[in-house]
Design a protein around this ligand. Structure first.
Ligand code: G4P
Length: 527
């Protein structure tokens, strides 16, 4: 119980959204409130622009930005907030999914005009899998959006989540007047661009005639009707339900106008979970244990291709992480220490002496880390629940320069350690197959293999649509299956057997023909 105060002070979370919903804008407003940046526009969007699929300069530039904004730490009202950034581009979804394993809660941004979009669905699936508490921010209320009741219904239905409005909007678009704060019974009047103190009006009750004065008769009447309905249906928020991911508080606002953002941030620091205890392979690891433990959830190559070292993002899960202290690297069974661990105070990296549960530390890595690696003070366990998702596009790697075979192999291993793609080796053969969730990954890999490792490759498309990890109680049955299905069988990097399915039909046929074999659609790195 030594570090109770440090733990109570911390909130580690991610903002997630479909691209363009306003994640970057909202992040920036948070940083402004936290005093971490002084001017708007300081946080560059880390999304890869849609047209830039083949623009490597853009990819390189983005890599730079995303290192700098991977974790942004700042203080707000005495609370230390670690905001973990997630790439918006869908081709980097795996990276996002893994980042979600390192946070304790999320804020989901939904565009009031577009409603629930593709990425929103996928991201929420991951949150649901992990019971991550969610706060929803419905953004762009200054635009003519969907009817607010319809929108809430759409979100609830599409994302299978129960919502709980904390504020209620008064119109939208040109007629957007502001929001009514259901918890504090105050009116927050919208004014594009800036906020002034007098824009927040405390009211005695919904019957208060100040509503007419501030909103006009029609809007006042509508708000009374809406608010009574909403209050009647929802009642006060049950914070325990939120922490158990059973209900998601909802705020309406406009990030670009910094409207409704502070109210959400204030609620966030009050109700969002402090760093939580986590499951490991041998036992649950309690957040208040004295001994340090944590795991690597993201690895980022150094921007300078001449230096092969990388940055491993390490989430502290218990105890106190200290500079220059030896820790046990469980997978390699060796002791390691770090002389320059750094923290991320909004875009500036600074060497730190110590860090506590909930913090993310940047560790210089010369190839010792893989995603999912665990450091402890001696005990052997791995944190569970770090997913490795089934890739959707598969290509065979063809080496164009046999003299660079070694470099190519090293490059493939190291790049796939970073988690940008998965590497499979054909069963009983040598063929290397890369699986990714997006096309863009292949271009990044090809470019980086050439520039960082001097290895020139081309890719041959393979007709697979899904990789399934296989397990069986009887190893002989599994081996038979792999032999029989050689053209579709492979091993992942850790030697786990994988079935590469051509189509859903083939997959379903194999599943029903082979009841002794279990097909898994995501491989958890450590079970
Ligand atoms: P993302 O990180 O989720 O991809 O979204 P981002 O914040 O970059 O916002 C996407 C676009 O939506 C930006 O416009 C941004 O200015 C705009 N936006 C964000 N919040 C609001 C809001 O509350 N109201 C309105 N009307 N627009 C909002 P852009 O034209 O794509 O980029 P920029 O040129 O403004 O940077």
């Amino acid at each position: 119980m030594k570090y109770q105060q440090e733990i109570a002070k911390r909130r580690s979370f991610a903002i997630i959204s479909h691209p363009d919903a306003g994640k970057t804008t909202l992040t920036e407003k948070f940083l402004l409130f936290g005093g971490a940046i002084q001017v708007a526009g300081a946080v560059k969007s880390n999304k890869i622009k849609k047209h830039a699929t083949s623009d490597f300069m853009e990819i390189e530039r983005q890599r730079g930005i995303s290192v700098a904004t991977s974790v942004m730490s700042f203080e707000y009202n005495g609370i230390l907030i670690n905001l973990l950034d997630t790439p918006g581009h869908k081709d980097f979804a795996e990276d996002t999914y893994r980042t979600l394993t390192a946070v304790d809660s999320v804020i989901l941004v939904v565009d009031s005009v577009n409603g629930v979009e593709d990425q929103t669905r996928r991201l929420m699936e991951v949150c649901r899998m992990r019971d991550t508490p969610v706060i929803v921010f419905i953004n762009k209320m200054d635009r003519d959006g969907k009817n607010r009741f319809d929108l809430l219904e759409e979100i609830e239905k599409e994302l299978s989540i129960r919502l709980h409005p904390m504020t209620w909007p008064i119109n939208s678009g040109k007629d957007f007047k502001g929001v009514y704060d259901l918890t504090h019974q105050s009116l927050l009047l919208f004014r594009a661009g800036t906020r002034a103190d007098e824009d927040s009006v405390q009211i005695a009750s919904l019957a208060d005639p100040v509503l007419e004065k501030k909103l006009g008769e029609n809007n006042a009447r509508q708000l009374r009707e809406d608010a009574e309905l909403v209050e009647g249906v929802y009642g006060p928020l049950d914070e325990e339900d939120y922490l158990q991911a059973k209900v998601a508080p909802v705020f309406f606002g406009s990030a670009i106008n910094n409207f409704g953002v502070r109210e959400m941030l204030d609620t966030f620091i009050r109700i969002a979970p402090t760093p939580r205890s986590r499951m490991a392979t041998s036992r649950p690891v309690h957040v208040q244990e004295d001994k340090m433990s944590g795991f690597v959830f993201k690895i980022h190559a150094n921007l300078d291709p001449k230096h092969r070292d990388r940055i491993a993002f390490f989430r502290v899960c218990s105890g106190k992480f200290e500079r220059n202290k030896y820790y046990h690297h469980v997978r390699l069974d060796k002791d390691v220490r770090f002389s320059n661990p750094y923290s991320f105070m909004a875009r500036e990296k600074s060497i730190i002496e110590d860090a506590y549960a909930g913090d993310v530390v940047g560790l210089f890595d010369t190839g010792n880390f893989k995603i999912g690696d665990t450091l402890t003070e001696g005990e052997d366990f791995f944190f569970t629940g770090i997913p490795s998702f089934s890739p959707e596009i598969f290509k065979e790697v063809v080496n164009k320069d046999p003299l660079k075979t070694k470099q190519l192999e090293k490059g493939l291993l190291q790049l796939t350690d970073e988690g940008v793609a998965q590497l499979f080796t054909q069963f009983g053969g040598n063929k290397k197959i890369i699986g990714c969730v997006g096309e863009l990954q292949f271009e990044v890999i090809q470019y980086r293999l050439l520039h960082e490792y001097g290895a020139s490759v081309v890719f041959n498309s393979m007709p697979f649509y899904k990789a399934c990890w296989l397990t069986a109680v009887d190893p002989a049955k599994l081996l038979d299956f792999l032999r029989f299905k050689q053209a579709n069988a492979a091993e992942d990097k850790d030697g786990h057997p994988v079935y590469l399915a051509q189509s859903e039909w083939f997959l379903n046929t194999e599943i029903s023909n082979n009841p002794d074999i279990q097909f898994h659609f995501s491989s958890e790195i450590h079970k």
